[in-house]
Design a protein around this ligand. Structure first.
Ligand code: TXA
Ligand code: MG
Length: 350
């Protein structure tokens, strides 16, 4: 299949391109588009056949439901049977933005979207291209992250191209995404609000509005099945092996130096993705690939860069990626969730 590639202005997306892409969505085709978190692979969320094409293109397991993307809060009421007042308050506060709500679904939503569940995930993305596309299409757009299943999510149109060219109908290139990690998935289909996937909006921020917020025990207890079906799969993993090194900054730096030498001596190519602070402690070291991913005191930069740097390590031919751990608070919770998954929970105590 020929995959169209359109460059669009982020802030003032060209109307003619948006119209073309929206028409393709209405015709049941697949179009990838930027959001503020990661690129999504969009299809008409009310068209079962179109939605099934998403699973085929990504190689995604059929039991992993999709998020419906809307352009207005009012659109939620056509898709969800019940919207608790607390959910409405959160929508008013955080939408458009990286917060996805799981709510009881209405009949009109195809089973392919929800993987047969009685609930549906909905979010309003904060990106002019995404919103223009949804508005013009006039339907909710079902969209998972636009990567091949299991690989790190795409934060640039080029990543989508690398993973899915020839398998989808078009890619809207609106530049690099902002946050770089996916949205927070918040279950509000039952009495208590439960985070099913940590993401761009933090637990602390949600709690400010609704009081107590719970975290799905399946996220940290490997004996329990996570409630978001997607969280049980291997995920965010580059081809290279990822290892997290945890400890005080001094110990982390020392352990990484030792590991680089060990891997070097057995001919393995190492990639280091480290913060400024850790680099300062490591000092000059000879290593196959390295990137400063920002300061430990500003996780926004780390989150923004991490997926594309995992991909860059693969492009460079790295065998082993060594990276550090973060405190699990604020954006650090989402960052650690993704890093642990990409490392298959391989953590070394320094
Ligand atoms: O930031 C994002 O959320 C991006 C952009 C494109 O919006 N989308 C994204 O979609 O990350 P995806 O499909 O890669 O992840 C959606 C997650 C999965 O873990 C899925 O299992 C969960 O949301 N999910 C979707 N519907 C659900 C439902 N009804 N109940 C529980 N979990 C659900
Ligand atoms: Mg995904």
């Amino acid at each position: 299949m020929e995959t169209k590639f359109w460059q669009v202005s982020r802030d003032e997306p060209q109307q003619d391109i948006i119209e073309l892409a929206a028409l393709m969505i209405r015709e049941g085709k697949l179009v990838a588009f930027p959001t503020e978190t990661v690129y999504g692979l969009g299809a008409n969320g009310l068209d079962s056949q179109a939605v099934q094409k998403i699973f085929a293109a990504k190689g995604r397991p059929g039991d992993n439901p999709l998020i419906l993307h809307v352009a207005e809060i009012e659109d939620v009421y056509t898709l969800a049977r019940q919207v608790p007042p607390a959910a409405r308050m959160l929508m008013e506060k955080f939408w458009p933005g990286p917060l996805t709500f799981v709510l009881p679904k209405k009949e009109l939503i195809p089973d392919a979207v929800t993987a047969g569940l009685d609930t549906v995930a909905i979010r309003m993305p904060d990106h002019p291209v995404a919103r223009a596309l949804i508005k013009k299409a006039g339907v909710p757009i079902a969209a998972p992250s636009a990567n091949r299943s299991g690989y790190p999510s795409p934060t640039q149109a080029g990543h989508v191209w690398d993973d899915l060219k020839g398998k989808i109908d078009g890619v809207l290139d609106g530049g690099a995404t902002g946050i770089g990690l996916e949205s927070t998935v918040l279950d509000m289909s039952e009495e208590l609000p439960v985070i099913l996937r940590p993401g761009g909006i933090t637990k602390e921020e949600i709690a400010e509005t609704v009081g107590k917020v719970y975290i799905d025990p399946g996220l940290y207890d490997t004996k329990q099945v996570p409630k978001a079906p997607g969280m049980k799969y291997t995920h965010y993993s580059p081809r290279a092996q990822v290892i997290l090194v945890q400890g005080t900054p001094e110990n982390t730096a020392r352990r990484i130096r030792e590991m680089v030498k060990e891997y070097d001596s057995c001919g393995k190519k190492v990639g280091l993705l480290l913060t400024t602070e850790t680099w300062e402690k490591i000092k000059n070291i000879k290593v196959f690939y390295h990137k400063n991913i920002g300061s430990r005191h500003n996780l926004l930069t780390v989150a923004h860069l991490i997926y594309s740097e995992l991909r860059n390590c693969d492009k460079a031919g790295v065998d082993v990626i060594l990276t550090e751990t973060y405190e699990e608070q604020g954006l650090g919770t989402a960052l650690m969730n993704r890093l642990l998954k990409s490392a298959g929970h391989h953590v070394i105590e320094a």
